[in-house]
Ligand binder design. Structure first.
Ligand code: BGP
Length: 475
């Protein structure tokens, strides 16, 4: 047992996102979000987005695990594990059903009052993401999602309402979940989720992505300023998907290409932390003749709205082959790393990569870091006596916490907390499945919404409770 460990007020807890667990997709005046149009599908197939909900299709997020009606019991279970923090998101469509209204929906606001009050009752700090893969679908159809500058106004209005309403209850905020995932614009999935943009044939996808990302970055910076003006004690962070990228061989060209690949995935952090675009990217825009809509006022906003901390998800590392171009494409350039095992869903399992991530970001950005997602999506088996023996999940988390502890105690990384993903089973973001489970708490429901919705404690529930009680000493 290592006697050196995490700081005293380290935020142990777990993370979820509104659309993946709340269900009640049309209750309390909620509007239709992009996530409500997601059908069951595999990682490789883009999600099917239809204009309306079709009766014959099953949409997993409509019911999800019905947290909307179960939140009290669920939060009590989290409290039983000793959670200090619980990350969730606010569904934009509960507050502004269409996204472009000026008056918020009171029933939606009340729901989150109840959720946050319930957390606080148990001494659990809510950690809130404003946008987690689910903009109002109306903003997609009417405005073309984030390809339209108008979205900045709608999003900042939404954020303003949330800060005003909840700033006494919520101290930790994040603007856009995994804002950098849209660099994987070859996959329609991430484009839909993050930007609400559907490409047409012949589009310069990369240019469109950079433009949409710019509007999001401006919106994010404005939101940081709005939040600080309402309450200077708020901690407002960005949220990045961090996947270290390793070169497949030590050939210098590979190493250089890999560096560029990381820079292009993570430039969002440069803008959100440093308040400006990195030089390599400005040069890239120029060389490509992109002439993006980036105004002088935008650049001022970026400068003034830098984040307080960096929230990030860590699931895996990537390994890439050299393709002799400066346009890194996740879908084309990745290879299997012979030193790394993969999960049931093909995600590389690399605990050391988490220590690498923590060090990489500390050196580059000098900000407190917050692991707001990490975990193993796996098949679980409910035994006849209602147990779930998920030693594979415990092993995964243990190995990652060990690396995280080393980063803190040996490398001096400033780490706020650790919030493993899907602390209660929920709908998978990439596949819509229930059977891809992450939780400490099992929910009796299958991919098609059949099941009792009963909650059961997995072995990892008791293990994590002990980890929290010993502040990460007893793993
Ligand atoms: C992240 C998302 C989460 C979550 C997680 C696991 O990218 O922020 O919403 O779902 O990945 O992914 P999946 O659900 O596809 O297994």
């Amino acid at each position: 047992m290592n006697s050196k460990t995490f700081k005293k007020n380290f935020l142990w807890g777990g993370a979820v996102a509104a659309h993946q667990l709340e269900g009640a997709y049309n209750e309390g005046g909620k509007g239709l979000s992009i996530a409500d149009l997601m059908t069951l599908g595999s990682n490789k197939k883009p999600r099917e987005l239809t204009k309306t909900v079709e009766k014959s299709k099953y949409y997993p997020n409509h019911k999800a695990i019905d947290f909307y009606h179960h939140y009290k019991g669920d939060i009590a279970l989290m409290a039983e594990m000793g959670f200090k923090a619980f990350r969730t998101s606010i569904a934009w469509t509960r507050i502004f059903p269409n996204g472009d209204e000026t008056k918020p929906n009171e029933a939606g606001l009340k729901f989150y009052d109840h959720v946050f009050d319930e957390c606080l009752k148990h001494n659990i700090q809510p950690v809130v993401t404003l946008s987690h893969f689910e903009m109002p679908y109306h903003l997609v159809t009417k405005y073309g999602g984030w390809s339209n500058r108008k979205l900045i106004t709608f999003f900042t209005r939404f954020a303003h309402v949330c800060f005003e309403r909840y700033h006494n209850k919520v101290k930790y905020w994040m603007t856009f979940n995994e804002i950098n995932n849209q660099t994987n614009y070859d996959s329609d999935i991430s484009v839909y989720e993050d930007s609400g943009i559907k490409f047409k044939a012949g589009d310069d996808k990369q240019k469109i992505m950079y433009q949409a990302a710019h509007y999001e970055l401006v919106a994010s910076s404005e939101v940081v300023q709005i939040g600080h003006a309402i309450d200077p004690s708020l901690q407002i962070g960005c949220m990045l998907a961090f996947c270290p990228i390793y070169p497949a061989t030590s050939k210098p060209e590979y190493v250089l290409f890999t560096k560029r690949a990381m820079d292009s995935r993570l430039y969002f952090g440069d803008v959100q932390v440093n308040g400006e675009y990195p030089n390599w990217l400005k040069t890239y825009f120029k060389n490509k003749n992109y002439n993006l809509d980036i105004t002088g006022k935008d650049l001022e906003i970026l400068k003034l709205g830098t984040v307080d901390y960096i929230g990030f998800s860590y699931y895996m590392s990537f390994t890439t082959k050299y393709t002799n171009h400066m346009d890194y494409r996740e879908s084309k350039d990745l290879v299997r790393n012979p030193f790394i095992k993969i999960s049931d869903w093909g995600w590389p399992i690399d605990p050391v990569g988490l220590r690498y991530a923590l060090n990489w970001m500390t050196t580059r950005w000098h900000k407190p870091l917050f692991v707001v997602e990490n975990g193993l999506g796996a098949y679980d088996k409910l035994t006849s006596d209602h147990k779930i023996h998920d030693d594979y999940r415990i092993n995964y988390l243990r190995e990652h916490i060990i690396q995280m502890r080393k980063a803190v105690t040996e490398d001096g990384v400033d780490l706020i907390g650790y919030l493993p993903w899907g602390c209660i089973d929920l709908v998978s973001a990439s596949t819509g499945e229930m059977k891809k489970r992450y939780g400490f708490i099992y929910v009796d429901e299958d991919d098609y919404g059949n099941g009792s919705l009963k909650r059961y404690k997995k072995d990892s529930f008791y293990w994590y409770k002990k980890v929290i009680a010993t502040n990460g000493k007893d793993l």
